[in-house]
Structures are given as C-alpha cells and as structure tokens.
Design a protein around this ligand. Structure first.
Ligand code: NAI
Length: 316
C-alpha cells in the first residue's frame, strides 16, 4: 500500500519531462513542488497531469495505490524558486537541453540547496562534468536521464560526475526503483550516454540503407517494428545473441566472421541533409501529414500502454 510521505522533491521546469517525473514521484506519495520560469506552464502542467492520471486510471495503469485525487494533491505548483527548493532533499532540473540555459538555472539553484540535498538533471546527452563543474554543490550532482514517454518506457540512465559523492548514486537508484522505473548506471560519463549512442547507431545505418536505395524508409522501419524491436521489447541484443546460439562462445564460432564481414563496409554516420533528408521526410509525410502527428502519437502511446500492461501481467 502506497503511503503519502513528507519527503519533498522539487522539479525545476514543468514541460514534458518535468510533469512526467512529477507524476512518477507523486504516485509513490512524495510531496512534489513544480517550478517553472513561466507560471502558465505550471498551471497547464497541473491540469494536464490530472487528465493523464485519469487516462491511466481508465487503462488500469495508475501506479501505486493512491487515488487520482491523492496523487494530484501531492503535486504543488510553485511560483518562487526558493519556496520550491526549501526543505527538498532532491531537486531535479528539467529545462531545455542547452548548456548555457542549464548553467544559468544551476546558478540560481546552487545557493538555495539544503545541506546534502541532491541536484539531478534530466539531460539527454550533456555530460555531468560539463554541467556541474562550476557549482558549489557539484559533489551532489547526478544526471537522471529518462526515456520518453517515461510512464511506458521506464529506463533511466544515471550518470554521476567524477566528483559526485558516493552516496548520491545509490540514493537516486533506489528512488528510481521505488517509483517503478528501471535505472541503469554509467560507470563513466560519455557524450550522449548509452541510449542515444545506440539510437544514433541505429538511425545512422537506417539512413545509409535508404540513401543507398536498398529499402524504402517504411520498410527499414518495419525491420525494427516487426523484427528486431519485437525481440528487444523483452530482452537486449546481447542476450538475444546469447540465446540465438548456445551462449556467446558458440555465437562467436557461428557468427563472428559474418558480423565482421558485414560491418566492414558500414558507412560512417551520415550528414543529415540533402536529398536523402527530403526523401525520408516525404515518405513519412505522405503517410502521416504534419497536422496529424498528435493522432499518431496517441496511436503509439496506446500501444505502449498495452505493452506495459502485458509486461506487468507477465512479470507478476
Ligand atoms: P520542454 O520544452 O517540454 O520543457 C522545458 C520547461 O523548462 C518549459 O516548461 C520551460 O518553460 C522551462 N524553463 C525554461 N527555462 C527555465 C528556467 N530558466 N527556469 C525554470 N524553467 C525553465 O522540455 P523537455 O522535453 O521536458 O526537456 C527537458 C529536459 O529533459 C531536456 O534536457 C531534455 O533533453 C531532457 N529529455 C527530454 C526527453 C524528451 O523526449 N522530450 C527525453 C529525455 C530527456
């Protein structure tokens, strides 16, 4: 049974990711203070969160045992940064991915942090040493990179800076697990972290195959959605390979030479420009006109929701 806690968490930036995190923390009973430079964003977030919570309830996917009203009342809008941060043991920055902007935001957060409070960033690619180098509290800094949409794709990449105190990672790891997300840890920082590095490797090869005229964009995507993606929804490529032979040593005997031959003529990551850019864009625009993106996002999220439900059932 989920209990309403007194522990306070502050979120700075109430856009797409800030509001998702607010919901995740509130579902575990945390007191969440949501701040934004634009007050209208906070008001909009609070309205939008209620709608999202009701939708989740309708699908049987509300997390924890608190009701929609209880979860919603755990989230409070704040118009003053000091008020939002006061008493919070964890402050999570969710402002746009620009180093200059994040740096300015940290300058105002840094002096307001409670002693030993942790400062997290939902940065997608910027490394923590770059983000936190000038902070007084840089030893309390950690990147907490979620996956969109966080409710249906629970992966969170945790990236401490080289100077982050040893107690920060386990504290945030257990928080992520408690709220039902799936944390992974980068033992050292690397630009783009792991999710985006793998994602870009895939996008690069898809692009190069379309450019070479091997397949249409639609069919290349189908290779993922009907093939690789189906398998990867439940286990990763390394375990998939392990099972495709009798373990990795046998996989090596059977496939290593082929893997090396095939990848020896891989093109480097392409320049995202020119006729291939137009071709890929046009192929999708014919199928999903730009004024119908929201409908297609809903289509996607409804399927991701059902997949979450299936996984929840099967992993019981
Ligand atoms: P967003 O644009 O939806 O929201 C950003 C919010 O920050 C806005 O509400 C804006 O008013 C607010 N903001 C701007 N300047 C501010 C300031 N000085 N103080 C307080 N609030 C301020 O952006 P989104 O998508 O939520 O991204 C936030 C972070 O999360 C970025 O670092 C992004 O890379 C990362 N991220 C985004 C994902 C996505 O798919 N959208 C996935 C994973 C991480």
């Amino acid at each position: 049974e989920t209990k309403i806690k007194q522990d306070k968490i502050c979120i700075v930036g109430s856009g797409l990711i800030g509001r998702s995190f607010a919901m995740l923390f509130a579902a575990s009973g945390y007191q969440v203070y949501l701040y934004d430079i634009q007050l209208a964003q906070v008001t909009d977030a609070l309205d939008n969160i209620r709608i999202q919570l009701l939708n989740l309830e309708g699908m049987g996917l509300l997390r924890g045992t608190l009701t929609v009203d209880q979860q919603h009342s755990c989230i409070k809008g704040a118009s003053d940064l000091g008020e939002a941060i006061k008493g919070a043991w964890f402050v999570l920055e969710c402002v746009p991915e620009r180093l200059d902007l994040k740096t300015v935001v940290y300058k105002s957060i840094d002096p307001l942090l409670e002693p030993n409070a942790i400062l997290g960033s939902s940065a997608s690619a910027l490394v923590p040493s770059l983000l936190s180098k000038d902070l007084k509290n840089r030893n309390r800094f950690i990147v907490v990179h979620p996956t969109n949409p966080p409710f249906y794709a629970p992966l969170v990449e945790l990236v401490p800076a080289p100077w982050t105190d040893a107690d920060v990672l386990p504290a945030i790891k257990s928080l992520c697990t408690e709220i039902g997300q799936a944390p992974v840890v980068l033992n050292k920082e690397i630009d783009g972290f792991v999710l985006n590095r793998i994602q870009y490797a895939i996008i690069g090869e898809c692009w190069n195959l379309v450019k070479a005229g091997v397949m249409s964009s639609e069919d290349v995507d189908k290779v993922m959605s009907e093939g690789l993606g189906r398998r990867y929804a439940f286990m990763g490529p390394l375990e998939t390979a392990y099972l495709n032979a009798d373990g990795w040593l046998s996989y090596k005997d059977r496939y290593a030479e082929m893997m090396e031959r095939v990848t020896s003529n891989f093109e480097p990551f392409p320049k995202i420009e020119g006729p291939t850019l137009q071709k890929i864009h046009d192929e999708f625009a014919r199928k999903i006109p730009l004024d119908q993106l929201d409908a297609r996002r809903e289509w996607r999220d409804a399927r991701l929701a059902q997949l979450s439900k299936l996984k929840k059932e099967m992993d019981k």
